[in-house]
Design a protein around this ligand. Structure first.
Ligand code: HAM
Length: 432
């Protein structure tokens, strides 16, 4: 049987990796502009972290975690998301002793056992940021502004920002009770998943995508109408700042998010170009999470965006032209054994000078392919120059440079090869 990558995982081949590099570079620039420092956490954590952090009644913990026991009998889980690990690191390394808020960003692979489809994988990648140690609504707004700035720089334009507030430990219990009472008489109209959510996580019923649940919950009490004064004020300030920045948003009273740690602000950036998996990025405030993982209480807010979904959005917008490989600047055509040795040496020197160089490889050390075959290979790779070395020319101390754009060819002395190539390339890169 032919070996295949596990279901829900993908190989990123070089052409596509170029697109990833572009997105990653943009994320890095934007994070720097916003004053976030990079954090890299382990791929696996103790399972307990996610049980306490993400929440035992969430889809992630109930059915999506890659959990295993190591040889020492400890239960470990491949991280399904980045927030709980970052908060764990904040507590463990006493980052509260540094300037607050701690502003941290990451771009890492995540793992969830989900039904794979376009834009939804079992190993996927998120870029995200967390600001821990502040209740300032300016930080809530940063978490929306950062991904928007990443998309703006990349040229992704079609999206909508959805915002809601789901209250806090003060106002949510009463709201939850009211919602449960309202839902109690309508349970038979809900899908089986929502019926089981009713006891454990009734808010989630509000954002079920099933049509029957949508209809059954029409007119259900919304968290927005049950916020305490502090939560209302916070939301008010968030929206004032969004408007001040000219960020268009829509209040979505049904937006509740699938992770348990959220308090107050929640948001999603959605697009209609990705089909069913239309959420490009999402996040919110989580003022109780540091305490839930054993630290002191620090208000915090963050977001994460899907890398695969950014790639798909770039493709959908026709902005994936970066997805071709870097062509070599120089292709060394070596005709003969001595020429092959000289070619390897010259390529080595060119590469040290950062001039991308390719050689024609041959399984027979002393047998070069024909000039025609090698020139064809140079053309296929999209090389800009061919450097032609023959044993006879070597004996004369010269090589030929051929400019592939117009076919012009001339001889240079072997000593002068590097400067001649550089001159043609205009300083080692860039177009002619
Ligand atoms: P999340 O909504 O679970 O939130 O994921 C955030 C984003 O990651 C999604 O909007 C989507 O773009 C991407 N994503 C999630 N699951 C998959 C998947 N299976 N395949 C491909 N992409 C996926 C969180 O993870 C929170 N930690 C966000 C956050 C940070 N909240 C506060 N700070």
């Amino acid at each position: 049987m032919e070996a295949r990558a596990p279901r829900g995982t993908t190989d990123i081949l070089p052409e596509e990796a170029r697109l990833w590099q572009k997105i990653e570079a943009t994320v890095r620039e934007v994070m720097r502009a916003y004053g976030y420092g990079e954090i890299r956490t382990p791929v696996f954590e103790y399972t307990e972290l996610f049980l306490r952090g993400v929440g035992e009644t969430t889809d992630i913990v109930e059915k999506q975690m890659y959990t295993f026991e190591d040889q020492g009998g400890r239960s470990l889980t491949l991280r399904p998301e980045g927030t709980a690990p970052v908060v764990r690191a904040f507590v463990q390394h006493r980052l509260d002793g540094r300037a607050l808020p701690q502003k941290l960003w990451y771009a890492q692979p995540m793992f969830r056992y989900e039904r794979p489809q376009a834009g939804r994988g079992r190993q996927f990648h998120q870029f995200g940021a967390e600001a821990i140690g502040t209740l300032d609504p300016a930080c809530d707004v940063e978490m929306i502004a950062i991904p928007l700035e990443v998309y703006r720089r990349l040229g992704i334009q079609r999206f909508e920002v959805l915002v809601n507030s789901i209250g806090c430990e003060v106002c949510r219990p009463a709201y939850r009770a009211e919602l449960k009472a309202w839902l109690a008489g309508r349970l038979d109209q809900l899908c089986p998943t929502c019926r089981s959510r009713y006891e454990r996580n009734p808010l989630r019923v509000l954002d079920c995508k099933e049509e029957r649940c949508r209809q059954a919950t029409e007119g259900a009490p919304a968290p927005l109408d049950h916020l305490c004064d502090e939560c209302s004020r916070h939301l008010e300030h968030v929206t004032v700042l969004l408007r001040a920045l000219g960020i268009e948003y829509r209040m979505d009273p049904r937006l509740v998010r699938g992770l348990d740690y959220y308090t107050k602000t929640v948001f999603e950036i959605v697009t209609d170009v990705l089909g069913a998996q239309g959420t490009l990025a999402a996040g919110g405030r989580y003022d109780g999470l540091t305490a839930a993982v054993g630290g002191k209480r620090f208000p915090a807010v963050g977001f994460a965006g899907g890398m695969e979904r950014a790639v798909l959005a770039l493709r959908a917008a026709g902005l994936d032209e970066a997805a071709h490989l870097d062509a070599p600047d120089v292709f060394l055509v070596c005709l003969g054994k001595e020429a092959r040795i000289e070619g390897v040496k010259i390529a080595h020197r060119l590469r040290r000078e950062d001039i991308a160089s390719a050689l024609d490889y041959s399984d027979e050390f002393d047998q070069a392919r024909s000039m025609r075959a090698q020139m064809k290979a140079a053309g296929r790779l999209g090389a800009r120059l061919a450097l032609i070395l023959g044993d006879d020319e070597l004996a004369r101390g010269v090589a030929s440079i051929k400019r592939l754009s117009d076919g012009e060819q001339w001889e240079v002395s072997l000593d002068g090869v590097i400067p001649a190539v550089k001159e043609q390339l205009g300083g080692g890169g860039g177009p002619f």
